[in-house]
Design a protein around this ligand. Structure first.
Ligand SMILES: *[C@@H]1O[C@H](CO)[C@@H](O)[C@H](O)[C@H]1NC(C)=O
Ligand SMILES: *[C@@H]1O[C@H](CO)[C@@H](O)[C@H](O)[C@H]1NC(C)=O
Ligand SMILES: *[C@@H]1O[C@H](CO)[C@@H](O)[C@H](O)[C@H]1NC(C)=O
Ligand SMILES: *[C@@H]1O[C@H](CO)[C@@H](O)[C@H](O)[C@H]1NC(C)=O
Length: 451
């Protein structure tokens, strides 16, 4: 029996135009595949690079810049029945206590014990009580989320747990060193759906605990700017389908989703910001009518990412020369510019902003520098006092003290950014504890930590 791929290739070779499946690509710059959609779906323009076959019940009747509300229908292929909008009811952080991730508290405690200056040690100890996100960068960490939810539930009161969903197949498609455990070539889509299903089961088991998820750092942002990278164009359709799937499966009233929106120095550029807003709207639409998210998360440097520069981007402040001439040179300018574009596209304009390492600006020699940048400091602490009604909370997504990447040139995961003159060296492998860098972050904290 012919595989579908071979059959499709044969039909194409014979000049028979195949149809794209539901959620498949059906147009866009450089696209040579089918431009018609399987029965029950409609080709919807998303951005100059991408049109997608969406279920007809979800497809807007006009351009996405003029969204039409769709009547609820059953039978969306990606979801059962998304519950109505309770997850968008309000700022999830207000009135809730944010759970401290035990594994990070332990890392910081070990670090404090190894600092000789008593002043610095006392400052560093304050970091133990600052909440960071738990990164589920492999499926094996999902059960740990369950133990944190159980602990938060047992603590009683209004508890909120923060975690990052980060395991797309062919992850971090514009880079090599951040590749994840799943690949599209090896059943990655099904394995990812199982990862999401397992997360959904954990949060369903603790309906009294609020959960904030940041969804897939860099994933959609790479589709806005990096489709010229083959791995990204090949993963494009899967990323979109799978993030829609994650949204559709996580429609519990205790769950608040913020899709990753890169940061000002990436999607804040004028050429990128409109396609980005359209892509977020498309992905939400793909989750089925009635599905919702709380908003977007901006501002951090990804755990392993080669691209991401943020964490060094200020929420608001003087222009970092490395950012010029981007008019949206800080996170607040980016958010203020993005919000109306989202609203036009029927996507909720609420934000959280990572500031864990944004204490010091003007330290990069180039905007794209991201690796353990010298002279960085801890930034503003998590707070709902953001000075901007679009921003639900300042958060710390990146756990400060964990390395961005190794400076060892013989390591298979070595990235040249980690060998540049503005990168701290020697540096350990990405994700592992970097004691001397943590000490620098503490000493340069802005606002300062009390000692
Ligand atoms: C303390 O930090 C130094 C590097 O700063 C490291 O070599 C040493 O292994 C650390 N010791 C402990 C007990 O963590
Ligand atoms: C792909 O993964 C899913 C989910 O784990 C599993 O049910 C299925 O058997 C796998 N398929 C193959 C071909 O390995
Ligand atoms: C991905 O896009 C960013 C932003 O436009 C760009 O700086 C970077 O060079 C691209 N990466 C690759 C591998 O092309
Ligand atoms: C650098 O990486 C190579 C290859 O992984 C390894 O053999 C070597 O021990 C590393 N050097 C240091 C100083 O860690």
């Amino acid at each position: 029996m012919l595989s579908l791929a071979i059959a499709t290739a044969l039909l194409t070779a014979l000049g028979v135009s195949a149809q794209s499946p539901i959620y498949g690509q059906c147009g866009g710059q450089g696209w040579s595949g089918a431009t018609t959609c399987a029965s029950g779906s409609t080709c919807v323009y998303s951005n100059p690079y991408y049109s997608q076959c969406l279920p007809s019940s979800n497809a807007p009747t006009s351009q996405p810049t003029n969204p039409t509300s769709t009547k609820p229908t059953s039978g969306s292929p990606t979801s059962a029945t998304p519950t109505a909008a309770p997850t968008a009811a309000g700022n999830p952080y207000v009135g809730y206590n944010t759970f401290l991730i035990p594994e990070y508290v332990q890392e910081v405690q070990a670090a404090v014990a190894n600092i000789t200056s008593s002043t610095t040690a006392a400052q560093a100890a304050q970091v133990e009580s600052i909440p960071v996100f738990f990164w589920m960068d492999v499926a094996a960490k999902v059960p740990t989320l369950g133990t944190y939810l159980a602990a938060a539930s047992a603590a009683g009161g209004k508890q909120l747990v923060q975690a990052v969903i980060y395991d797309l197949p062919d992850r971090d498609c514009a880079a090599e060193s951040s590749a994840g455990e799943f690949s599209l070539a090896n059943n990655g889509s099904a394995l990812y759906m199982q990862y999401i299903d397992n997360i959904a089961a954990q949060v369903e088991a603790y309906p009294n605990v609020r959960v904030v998820f940041v969804v897939e750092p860099d994933g959609l942002a790479n589709l806005v700017t990096n489709l010229s990278v083959q791995k990204c164009s090949e993963a494009q359709s899967a990323y979109i389908t799978l993030v829609s799937y994650a949204i559709s499966k996580l429609q519990q009233p205790n769950v608040f989703l913020y899709l990753d929106a890169g940061h000002s120095g990436w999607l804040g550029w004028p050429a990128n910001i409109t396609p980005a807003a359209q892509l977020f709207a498309q992905v939400l639409q793909g989750a089925g009518s009635g599905a919702t998210v709380r908003g977007l998360a901006t501002g951090w440097s990804n755990f392993f990412s080669k691209l991401d520069v943020s964490n060094y981007n200020l929420l608001r402040g003087a222009e970092d020369p490395a950012q010029a001439p981007n008019p949206n040179y800080d996170e607040e300018l980016y958010i203020n510019a993005l919000a109306p574009l989202l609203t036009q596209n029927n996507f909720p304009a609420h934000f959280i902003v990572d500031q864990s390492r944004s204490g010091v600006s003007g330290i990069r020699t180039a905007e794209g520098d991201w690796c353990n940048v010298k002279g960085a400091g801890l930034g503003p602490r998590p707070s709902t006092n953001t000075g901007n009604t679009l921003i639900d909370s300042i958060v710390w997504v990146k756990p400060p003290g964990e390395s961005d990447g190794t400076s060892n040139t013989s390591s298979p995961r070595y990235d040249t950014h980690c060998g540049q003159s503005d990168a701290t060296q020697p540096a350990p492998e990405a994700g592992t504890w970097f004691q001397s860098y943590f000490v620098t972050l503490v000493e340069n904290a802005n606002p300062p930590l009390s000692g």
